[in-house]
Design a protein around this ligand. Structure first.
Ligand code: SF4
Length: 325
């Protein structure tokens, strides 16, 4: 089978991120206002049948892995059933805030989910409340343990460090994850907030994170592949830690990702300013071949990179919560 989702830089899209909803049960300060956002209208959201069909078309074009995202994917009704339909098609993973994992980890694993990334920016319940506007830290921690108990592996923790907010916890978070066998990923904060108030000065850089960690642990570079995270063995391994330096150490040159939004738009990049409307085509009766041609055309137009460091960079109008990680 030839990879048929090629861009003009020779990159093949083999990893599809599927946002299942723009809704979320947290209100992280860097992602959403306290009152939430105007949610996507329900009739515009893709149905399970539509998602499965679009994934099947993408698989016929060389996609091999799918990551389910949101908003918060665990709030989507009937998620386990959708996972059971997607798992035979691709290697399936999921990014979540962890709320609901104690209830869903087992059935999702039984349905075919393989791996999970859980967002956790602090080990302090009060700071969690300040950051997310919800007093639910312990549920996330219990959710992580439930993911391990369900056999999901690896269980990764995604952390965004912000200067003067939680940047004093980098080492604590690493040691906490090492003790529990979670693979920690630090992610540089990106300009994707709905308020467009991202400030490079507040972002904690990959360099700074590695400096903090190297003061207490020996870090040895490890194999990266196409993954967004640069990875290091900690104290000789096998434990690992990752840093996603999207802004200061971009990895767009080897990007293999495209995204499907919850309302059926194909985005070739997290920072894309154009989208390809697959939902309307699908609902207008397009054949699989016609949908495939649309996907290929969109990927052919993929830009070289995110352009965040370019003087003329413009943040996409769609917020992160409606794109997915
Ligand atoms: S910013 Fe865009 S091009 Fe770069 S790695 Fe992310 S999705 Fe790929």
């Amino acid at each position: 089978m030839t990879a048929a989702l090629l861009d003009t830089f020779g990159r093949a899209a083999t990893d599809l991120r599927v946002s299942l909803t723009d809704k979320c049960n947290l209100r992280c300060t860097y992602c959403m206002p306290a009152e939430g956002l105007p949610w996507l209208p329900a009739p515009e959201l893709l149905t399970d049948d539509e998602i499965v069909r679009l994934v099947e078309v993408a698989v016929s074009l060389g996609v091999r892995t799918v990551r389910l995202t949101g908003g918060e994917p665990l709030v989507r009704p009937g998620l386990t059933g959708l996972v059971a339909r997607l798992a035979p098609l691709v290697e399936l993973s999921l990014t979540t805030n962890g709320l609901g994992l104690t209830r869903l980890a087992q059935p999702l694993a039984a349905a075919g989910l393989r791996r999970v990334n859980v967002s956790l920016d602090t080990l302090r319940p009060q700071r969690f409340l300040d950051l997310t506007r919800r007093d639910r830290w312990s549920e996330v921690v219990e959710g992580l343990a439930a993911a391990v108990a369900a056999g999901l592996a690896p269980v990764k923790v995604n952390t965004v460090l912000m200067r003067g907010v939680n940047d004093d916890e980098a080492l604590e978070l690493l040691d906490w994850c090492l003790e529990r066998g979670y693979e920690l990923r630090f992610i540089e904060q990106m300009p994707l907030d709905p308020q467009h108030s991202w400030d490079r000065a507040v972002m904690v850089t990959a360099e700074e994170i590695l400096e903090q960690l190297s003061a207490h642990h020996t870090l040895t570079p490890a194999e990266r592949g196409h993954a967004p995270a640069e990875v290091w063995l900690v104290d000789g391994g096998p434990a690992r830690v990752g840093v996603v330096g999207s802004v200061t150490r971009p990895f767009c040159g080897s990007c293999d990702r495209i995204r499907l939004t919850a309302d059926g738009q194909l985005r070739t990049c997290l920072f894309a300013r154009e989208e390809s409307d697959l939902r309307s085509a699908l609902r207008a009766g397009a054949t699989d071949a016609e949908l495939a041609v649309r996907m290929q055309a969109a990927v052919r137009g993929k830009k070289a990179g995110h352009g965040i460091n370019d003087p003329d960079f413009l943040q996409p109008s769609r917020p992160m919560s409606a794109i997915g990680g």
